[in-house]
Design a protein around this ligand. Sequence first.
Ligand SMILES: [Zn+2]
Ligand SMILES: [Zn+2]
Length: 266
Amino acid sequence: MRKNHHTHTPRCGHAVGSEREYIEAALSADYDALGFSDHSPWPRLHSPGIRMDESMLPDYVSTVKDLREEYKGRIRITCGLECEYFPDRMSWLKDTKAAYQLDYLIFGNHFDLDEETGIYFGSCRSKQDVRRYLRTTLEGFNTGMYAWLAHPDLYLRRYPEFDDACRETAREICRAAAASRIPLEYNLLGLRVQHEKGFSGLGYPYREFWEIAAEENCPVIMNVDAHDPVQLSDTTYYEMGIKNITALGLTPYDMMDNGLVQPLAV
Ligand SMILES: [Zn+2]
Ligand SMILES: [Zn+2]
C-alpha cells in the first residue's frame, strides 16, 4: 500500500482539485494513508498564490476532518500544514497546531523570514544565499516543532553547480537531521518536474545531496507533494522514488497514527 503525507489544496492558490478528488485519486492508486499539508497561513502575511489566508484555516481543517470520518476504514486521513520557519511567529504556529489539533507540521523552508523582505530559497543564486538556507534550516530544526524537512535540497533548484557551499550545506543539513532523527523528504514533485519539464538549475531531488544523506545514514520520508490529484493516481514517480531510495541504501520512514515519524515496517 502506498502512503503520502504531503498534499495541497486550492487554498494555497497554486494547486488544483478538491480534497475529495485527492482522496479518490489516492484510493484508485492503492494508498492507505493520505495526509493533507497545505501551505500554512501566517499572521500579518497576505500571500495569494503562495499560501492560504489565515481566514481559510477553519474551513481547511473542518473539511479534511469531516472527510477523515467519511472515509474511515478505507484510507487513513491526517491533517497538517507545511510551514516555513519565521522566528517571530513560532508561538502563533505552536498555538495554532494545538487549537486546531493538527496531526503534524512539515518544515518547508521556502522563504527567508517572509517573502516581502527575504529571498525564495528555490532561487538561491550565490553561496551567501545557500548559506542562509543552511542557517535557517538548522535554526528551524532546533525548534523541535517539525515532523520532517520537505525537499531539503530545494536550494539547488536554480543553482548552476554543486560547489563547495552546496556540498557543505548538504553535509551539515544531513548531519543535523541524522543527529536529531528528523527525516529528510525525498520529494516526488521535484522528481516529476526533473523528468517532465526540467529545472533551470540543478533541481531536486539532486543525486549528490542524497548520496551525502546516505553516507550520514539519514532517515528519509518520501512524499508526492501533490498539487493535482493526477499526481496521486499516476504512480510513475512513486515507483521511481522507491527505486532511487532503495538504490541509495537510505532508511525509509513513515508517519504513524500518533503523528510521530518512525522507521517504516517492512
Ligand atoms: Zn506548493
Ligand atoms: Zn508542499
